[in-house]
Design a protein around this ligand. Structure first.
Ligand SMILES: [Ca+2]
Ligand SMILES: [Ca+2]
Length: 106
């Protein structure tokens, strides 16, 4: 047929759900999650699939404190990551972090 309709994807598509702290996107929490964050930013490793999930403290920026926060929670009984953490959800605070390739969140 002729021209396609004007109903393309909206510029304001809703953000994908994610689970904060699951930087590897494998639906679980283990040592690979905190390790993958500095691994990407300082060692050129795989980027987190969802930067929001790697922003453990929800500061709106990726910092060295994010993997440290996650390490402390996982192994030292430290405070939990910011919500959404226990289950899939959406970022409560707007920031410039992207969730470009979100893992399937269950
Ligand atoms: Ca993980
Ligand atoms: Ca945020």
């Amino acid at each position: 047929m002729g021209k396609s309709s004007g109903s393309g994807p909206s510029a304001l598509s809703p953000p994908p759900p994610f689970r904060r702290g699951d930087a590897t996107g494998d639906d679980g929490f283990d040592l690979s999650d905190p390790v993958s964050i500095p691994g990407h930013f300082f060692l050129g490793g795989e980027p987190p699939r969802c930067l929001d999930a790697a922003d453990v403290g929800d500061s709106g920026a990726m910092e060295i404190g994010d993997p440290l926060h996650l390490l402390a929670f996982l192994f030292l009984g430290g405070p939990a990551p910011a919500l959404p953490f226990a289950s899939c959800g959406f970022d409560a605070s707007e920031d410039g972090l992207d969730c470009a390739n979100p893992p399937e969140c269950r």
